[in-house]
Design a protein around this ligand. Structure first.
Ligand code: UD1
Length: 379
């Protein structure tokens, strides 16, 4: 049985790694990786393959960046050629990036069974590019693997048949469980060594639970000058309490330069500006942070598992379990005053510890692999 696993962008790599491992442990399965090339540089892609023990992709479409229409159209054309030649028995897509939607459309149209891992999540915000990708993918795939209860409810409301849907836990947490110990052995100050703004801030050491960690990359927050200005103000306020470690995404970095705000960022005292981090380095940084401020999807879940308080700059979340059971707190807009108040409350000890959601136990990939082998054997 030949399974083709699709990756495109950074958040896919830590999800496919444990699945590829689980498939490879089954003698009757031949598992391969196809990379669409949406994320292409060393720091956004290659380092993850090395650290997560993923093989070099068997197929690389090399599509690169561009508008969503450009990315999807090029991925679809190139992917169709691969499928015509290779004829795998199953395509597996994860998450909600452009590759997820583009590849599932092509595979389903060619009559190849297709599985979506991390199905059913809905932010109900259709201005988010990922929400459209989620809706498209779930509405056409044959097997839907769900991470949290809200996903089951959403799919049922959308009329998806029960027999297609499986509540299995979360493959991203499988990676976290698998690599946490290895990450813990890294030295925190070595990770934060060589910041991009070293000349401005000099040497500044950080200690366990003695810093705030941040990432920001969502178009709604970083594609406009007002959003970026607010982020800078939030950092200025936060650094008055603790050093802030900011691992900058290329989108954010490009936009800060475009709007002439990059220098302002690098000049904030006690802000340690880092390049995009490897999986192990970022896990180390998350596990030891006092608080995380972010607009990421996955970090909301990783912090819930690690029981680290998290403020997420989003109106809604497609991952409500992180708020209901976990340590996540949503802030509706980037208003520096309300963020400052919330941050102070958390630093004064007003944070919930949360509980780990059901089935987030490091074994989701194994469950998915077993279900798929059983399902495909019926044909
Ligand atoms: C994509 C995903 C988002 C995910 C994020 C994680 C979609 C719709 N969005 O957004 O869900 O949270 O990845 O990072 O799929 N760039 C580089 N080097 C790279 C990759 C990108 O410099 O290796 C630059 C691109 O040229 C572009 C910018 O970063 O200017 C944004 O990349 P893009 O792939 O459009 O989307 P992300 O914002 O990364």
């Amino acid at each position: 049985m030949r399974i083709l696993n699709i990756v495109g962008a950074r958040p896919n790599f830590m999800k496919i790694a444990p699945l590829h491992r689980a498939f490879s442990n089954i003698p009757t399965v031949y598992s391969q990786i196809l990379h669409t090339g949406q994320h292409y540089d060393q720091k956004m892609s290659d380092i993850f393959f090395n650290q997560l023990g993923l093989p070099k992709p068997h197929f690389h479409l090399g599509v690169g960046g561009g508008s969503h229409a450009y990315q999807k159209a090029h991925v679809m054309l190139k992917f169709e050629e691969v499928l015509k030649k290779e004829k795998p028995d199953l395509i597996l897509v994860v998450g909600d990036v452009n590759a997820t939607a583009a590849c599932s459309i092509v595979a389903v149209k060619m009559g190849i069974p297709t599985a979506h891992v991390e199905a059913g999540l809905r932010s109900k915000d259709r201005t988010m590019p990922e929400e459209i990708n989620r809706i498209i993918t779930d509405s056409i795939c044959d097997y839907l693997f769900v991470t949290e209860q809200s996903g089951m409810v959403n799919l049922a409301k959308e009329g998806v048949k029960d027999e297609k849907v499986f509540f299995v836990g979360h493959v991203m947490i499988d990676s976290l469980v698998n690599f946490r110990e290895k990450a813990s052995k890294l030295d925190l100050n070595e990770v934060a060594m060589n910041p991009l703004n070293q000349e401005k801030i000099g040497s500044l050491s950080i200690k366990e639970k003695g810093y705030i960690l941040s990432t920001m990359h969502r178009p709604a927050n970083v594609d406009n000058k007002t959003g970026l200005r607010n982020i800078l103000q939030i950092f200025r306020d936060a650094t008055r309490h603790l050093p802030v470690v900011f691992a900058i995404h290329p989108r954010t970095s490009n936009n800060l330069k475009k709007f002439g705000l990059y220098e302002d960022l690098t000049s904030i005292p006690r802000l340690i500006l880092l390049e995009p981090q490897g999986y192990l380095q970022f896990l180390k940084l998350m596990d030891n942070a006092r608080l995380i401020i972010t607009d990421s999807g996955g970090i909301q879940e990783e912090t819930t598992f690690l029981q680290v308080p998290c403020i997420t700059f989003r109106d809604t979340t497609e991952r409500p379990v992180t708020v209901e059971l976990g340590t996540n707190f949503l802030m509706k807009d980037l208003d520096p005053v309300s963020v400052k108040n919330q941050l102070e409350k958390i630093l004064q000890g007003e944070a919930k510890q949360g509980v780990i959601p059901p089935l987030w136990d490091g074994r989701a990939s194994e469950r998915i692999a077993n279900i798929l082998v059983e399902q495909l054997a019926r044909y």
